[in-house]
Write a protein that binds this ligand. Structure first.
Ligand code: 2P0
Length: 333
């Protein structure tokens, strides 16, 4: 753990001496949202968002964030065509992230983000948001950073953003370096065309405890958390094998157990953290019932009440019988 290394000091090593816009505006760039099958939960360095465990995700194809940047006479942050107040938490995070690159005397900018997923509803909008912002900064300032640097820097905005630079399956390797420059995501060279993700929305309301505070609270107060790195390491290996073998049962079982293990550590935190609502539990029970009735469907959940279902294309109609309102995503197009 290093208290002295700052994001600014790490990033400065990789920037040109002068960082200035190369155009009045750049067209919006896109980054997908992602769902972790092996979760990122807990940091070994809070400043740099360095994780305690490696994680593995699947990107959500067309669902994510489009971000554009333009020169402006004052800093402005827009989200889904609405201007966000300058003292809003989201706007402050966006501007603070841009400051890491443009420096103290940088020109004011306008940042426009369009999310086509519900913001702060456990559908990982900060992942796609910071990944798209990183790509927009790279393009606006003409930085031409290598993919691994883009991933490492996006991670400093939000850990899960490191994974949103890529489509398909992505592994974020925890790394061991103090400056975190080996804590980057890499895409897996695997396609799984038949894989489907179902989004079951229980609530799209803003959550009371964001995942950043939730994970820090869990690390600090839950004794049960000590078992998490072992669980995550074993699950990561199982997922790699399941993906290589196209073994859907193994993939689904591992993802569901991983998510429930993460939630167990949250429940064991103090004050306790329970992101589930009664409808979340009802949905879990419906999934277990579906499995008992021979329909192969599994779920994963993040720091929120919504469920993400995992199934294969041949079972889509059967799963819809249980969840008629779910949105279905084909992550491999
Ligand atoms: C994940 N989550 O792997 C896990 C599972 C939530 C539960 O990554 O503090 O918003 O910005 O690094 O990336 C959400 O955490 O946290 C997250 P920060 P982030 O998807």
């Amino acid at each position: 753990m290093s208290e002295s290394i700052t994001k600014q000091s790490v990033i400065a090593n990789y920037l040109p001496t002068v960082v200035a816009p190369i155009a009045e505006r750049i067209d919006a760039v896109f980054a997908p949202s992602n769902i972790a099958l092996c979760k990122y939960w807990g940091k070994r360095d809070v400043e740099l968002n360095l994780p305690i465990n490696s994680s593995l995700s699947i990107s959500l194809a067309h669902l994510g964030s489009h971000t554009a940047i333009s020169v402006s006479d004052e800093d402005q942050v827009w989200l889904n065509d609405q201007r966000v107040a300058a003292d809003n938490k989201f706007a402050c995070k966006v501007i603070a992230f841009i400051d890491l690159f443009r420096g103290a005397n940088g020109l004011p900018v306008r940042v426009d983000t369009q999310n086509n997923i519900p913001t702060a509803a456990g559908l990982a909008s900060s992942a796609s948001g910071f990944a798209a912002l990183m790509l927009a900064i790279d393009s606006f300032y003409g930085l031409k950073l290598e993919p691994q640097l883009l991933s490492a820097f996006a991670r400093m905005g939000s850990g899960s953003a490191s994974r949103s630079l890529y489509t398909g399956f992505v592994e974020w390797q925890m790394g061991v370096r103090e400056d975190g420059m080996d804590s980057v995501a890499l895409p897996l060279d695997s396609h799984w065309d038949a894989l489907r993700i179902g989004l079951v929305k229980v609530s799209v309301a803003e959550k009371a405890v964001d995942s950043r505070s939730g994970m820090n609270r869990t690390v600090e107060t839950a004794h049960l958390y000590q078992s998490w790195p072992l669980q995550a390491a074993a699950d990561l290996e199982r997922l790699h094998r399941a993906i290589a073998d196209k073994n859907f049962t193994k993939l689904g079982e591992t993802a569901e157990q991983n998510a429930l293990s993460m939630h167990a550590t949250m429940i064991a935190a103090w004050p306790p953290l329970l992101y589930w609502q009664p409808d979340s539990v009802a949905a879990m029970q419906r999934i277990w019932q579906a499995r008992a009735e021979g329909v192969e469907v599994y779920f994963t959940m993040d720091a929120g009440p919504n469920l993400k279902l995992l199934f294969t294309a041949d079972n889509e109609a059967a799963v819809k019988q249980y969840f008629p309102d779910m949105d279905v995503i084909a992550p491999f197009g």
